[in-house]
Design a protein around this ligand. Structure first.
Ligand code: SME
Length: 161
């Protein structure tokens, strides 16, 4: 049975993974697993990475490592959803009540709140970390700080590769 721990413990665990990670992909897999297992309100955890088109078509967010229910949103254009809003603005988006946000693309009927944190490589948005919760207003400033830290670790790892 996975145990629930504090955000500080999770941060320490993820910092340790970041030191040992062999690749950004490896680190993203570990982060998803750790956040989903350890924090009870993090019911869906996943990364979306921006795929640039070779043919001049608009870039899209493509689902990468995730834990939680299967989502119909495996590819999201940058002008759609909470995910698209975070990627195109380069700012973290916190939605306390997804029903009241017209941008929201539903993944599960159980989702009540969501946070999306962009990932930067050399100052450019390359992807994002997305968390959905079955609890309303699940994401406090401390969650935002933890998740922005995770996104920064992934960005640094991507800069190395
Ligand atoms: N809710 C997101 C779509 C992704 S799923 O939550 C996994 C959005 O509005 O962009």
């Amino acid at each position: 049975m996975p145990s629930t721990v504090t955000r500080d413990t999770v941060k320490t665990e993820i910092d340790w993974y970041a030191e040992k990670a062999r690749s950004a992909d490896d680190l993203m897999e570990r982060i998803v697993q750790c956040l989903h297992e350890r924090l009870v309100k993090y019911n869906w955890v996943g990364f979306y990475m921006i795929e640039e088109s070779q043919t001049g078509a608009a870039p899209v967010l493509v689902l990468g490592h995730f834990q939680g229910a299967m989502t119909p949103h495996q590819r999201i254009p940058l002008n759609q959803g909470i995910c698209g809003a975070a990627a195109s603005s380069g700012k973290t988006v916190v939605v306390h009540d997804v029903k009241s946000d017209p941008r929201y693309l539903a993944c599960s009927l159980e989702t009540k709140s969501e946070i999306v944190v962009p990932i930067f490589v050399n100052g450019k948005v390359v992807g994002q970390l997305d968390i959905d919760s079955h609890f309303p207003a699940a994401f406090a400033p401390e969650d935002q700080a933890l998740l922005e830290h995770c996104a920064a670790l992934v960005g640094k790892q991507l800069e190395k590769s």
